[in-house]
Design a protein around this ligand. Structure first.
Ligand code: PLP
Length: 440
C-alpha cells in the first residue's frame, strides 16, 4: 500500500523511472511525450545536462544558507540576469519556491507599498473571472475560477472579479476585436470607480490565461488600456506570468508582446524548468524604494527563499534559454504546431477554438461549433481525453470550466522548447485518436 496522499485518491499512477529529453519513462519502460511539460513547467525537457551539472556543482559548494543571514552567489547572479532581460519597469527580484508563493508575495508587497506610502485605505484587489493565481488561501481568493474556490469560500478574502479578455466567447457580433478589448478593459475603470480609486490596491491578471481557460491570449490593445487605467488611478498592475512566462509564448516575458510592463510580476514553472522548485516576484524600483526608504523591512518571507541550489538550477535554465538560444525555438516551432492543429482540427465538429501564443496552445471543445454550446461537466470530456492520450503515451493538460468553472472543456499543450518537427505528428495524431475515443 502506498502512503502517498495523491491528488486523485483512487487513481493508480505509473511510477516515473527516468527522463529522456522530451520523454518521461515509467517503471515498465513505457515512454510518454511530455506534451504539456507537466503543467507548462519542463521547457527544457527532462535530461538537460547543463542544468543538472549546475545543480551538482552548487551542492558541492553549499546547499543552503538562510537569507536572514547570508545571500548567495547563484541567487545574486540569477536576480541580475532576470532584471537584465525583464521589461524596463522591473528592477528587483524576490526569490521564492513556486508560483503561489510568488503571487502571495506580490499581493503582500502591493499592500505594504501603500502602507509605506501612507495610503493604508488601499486594500481592494480586482482580478478576472476564469483566472487562477495559485492554491494558497490569499491567491485562491484572487483567482476567479469558481470550481477551485467554492468549498473554501468562507475562508477567502473579498476580491472583485471583472470579465476576462476572452474573445472567442465575449466578442459581440459587429464588434471588432479591438473594440471588444477596450470594452472589457473599461470594466476595470468602472470597477475602480465603484470601489473608489483611493481604495483600490491592484489589478491582477495573467497575460495569456493558462490553466483555467486554455491558453487564451489578450486581443490587441487590451493590456495597453489596462495599463492606462491603472496609471490614471494609482492602482498597481500585477501580472501573473507563472505559467505563460519564461519564453513559453515566444518572448521571455509574455507581456513584452503587449508592449506594457507591470509594477509587479510573478514567474515560476519555466524559471526552474522542473529541475528545482523556484519562483520569483519582480517589482519596480519605485515599489522597492518605498519599502527600503520606509520601514526598511518587507514583512514577509519563507524559509527557502533564495535557495542556492534552486537559484543555481534556475540560472542554468536561463543560460540555456537565453545564451544557448533555446527560447528562440519557441516561435517557429509554435507556428508549426499551431498550423498542424489547424490542419487536423480546424474543421472538427467539436473543436470550437484553437488558440495561444508560441508553444502555449489550447483547444476549446464544444458540443456544437455554430452555437459554441459547451460540453456539460458530466461528460468529463477533458479528463477522458487526458486519460486516452496518456494511455497512448502523450501527456496533455485537461481542464473543464472555460465558462463558469465547471462547464466546458479544453486541452492545453505546452511542450518542451527542445521538441523537434518529428514530434508534431506524434502530438497531433495521438490527440486526434484520444479525442475520438473520448467522444464515444
Ligand atoms: N499562477 C498561475 C497562472 C498558475 O498557472 C499557477 C499554477 O498552475 C500558479 C499561479 C501557482 O503556481 P504553483 O503551483 O507553483 O504554486
Amino acid at each position: 500500500m502506498s502512503h502517498i496522499f495523491p491528488r486523485h485518491c483512487h487513481k493508480k499512477l505509473p511510477t516515473v523511472s527516468y527522463g529522456d529529453g522530451v520523454f518521461l519513462v515509467d517503471q515498465n519502460g513505457k515512454r510518454y511525450f511530455d506534451g504539456s511539460g507537466g503543467a507548462a513547467v519542463s521547457c527544457l525537457g527532462h535530461s538537460d545536462a547543463k542544468v543538472t551539472a549546475a545543480i551538482k556543482a552548487q551542492l558541492d559548494q553549499v546547499a543552503f544558507a538562510h537569507t536572514g543571514f547570508m545571500t548567495s552567489q547563484p541567487a545574486e547572479a540569477l536576480a541580475d540576469k532576470l532584471i537584465a532581460h525583464a521589461p524596463k519597469r522591473l528592477d528587483r527580484v524576490y526569490l521564492v519556491s513556486g508560483g503561489s508563493e510568488a503571487m502571495e508575495s506580490a499581493l503582500k508587497l502591493a499592500r505594504q507599498y501603500f502602507v509605506e506610502r501612507s495610503q493604508p485605505q488601499r486594500r481592494h484587489v480586482i482580478a478576472r473571472q476564469q483566472s487562477y493565481h495559485g492554491n494558497t488561501l490569499g491567491v485562491l481568493a484572487t483567482g476567479g475560477n469558481q470550481w477551485r474556490r467554492e468549498q473554501f469560500s468562507p475562508l477567502l478574502i473579498e476580491t472583485h472579479h471583472i470579465s476576462p479578455c476572452y474573445a472567442y466567447r465575449g466578442q459581440k457580433p459587429g464588434e471588432s476585436e479591438f473594440e471588444y478589448g477596450q470594452r472589457v478593459a473599461n470594466e476595470l475603470a468602472d470597477k475602480i470607480e465603484e470601489l473608489g480609486a483611493e481604495n483600490v490596491m491592484a489589478f491582477v491578471a495573467e497575460p495569456v490565461v493558462g490553466a483555467t481557460a486554455g491558453a487564451v491570449p489578450p486581443v490587441e490593445g487590451y493590456f495597453k488600456r489596462v495599463r492606462e487605467i491603472c496609471d490614471q488611478n494609482g492602482v498597481l498592475l500585477i501580472l501573473d506570468e507563472v505559467m505563460c512566462g519564461m519564453g513559453r509564448t515566444g518572448t521571455l516575458f509574455a507581456c513584452e508582446q503587449d508592449e506594457i510592463a507591470p509594477d509587479i510580476c510573478a514567474v515560476a514553472k519555466g524559471l526552474g524548468a522542473g529541475y528545482q522548485p523556484i519562483g520569483a516576484m519582480l517589482c519596480s524600483a519605485e515599489i522597492y524604494d518605498a519599502v527600503a526608504d520606509g520601514s526598511g523591512f518587507f514583512q514577509h518571507g519563507h524559509t527557502y527563499i533564495g535557495h542556492p541550489v534552486a537559484a543555481a538550477a534556475s540560472l542554468a535554465v536561463l543560460e540555456r534559454l537565453i545564451d544557448d538560444r533555446v527560447a528562440e525555438r519557441v516561435v517557429p516551432m509554435g507556428q508549426k504546431l499551431h498550423a498542424a492543429l489547424e490542419d487536423t482540427f480546424g474543421n472538427h465538429p467539436h473543436v470550437g477554438d484553437i488558440r495561444g501564443r508560441g508553444l502555449f496552445l489550447g483547444l476549446e471543445l464544444v458540443e456544437d461549433r455554430d452555437s459554441k454550446q459547451p460540453f456539460a461537466p458530466e461528460r468529463q470530456l477533458a479528463a477522458k481525453i487526458k486519460a486516452a492520450a496518456f494511455e497512448a503515451g502523450l501527456i496533455c493538460y485537461p481542464m473543464g470550466g472555460t465558462i463558469d468553472g465547471r462547464t466546458g472543456a479544453h486541452i492545453l499543450l505546452a511542450p518542451p522548447f527542445i521538441m523537434e518537427d518529428a514530434h508534431i505528428d506524434l502530438i497531433v495524431g495521438t490527440l486526434q485518436c484520444a479525442l475520438e475515443t473520448a467522444l464515444i
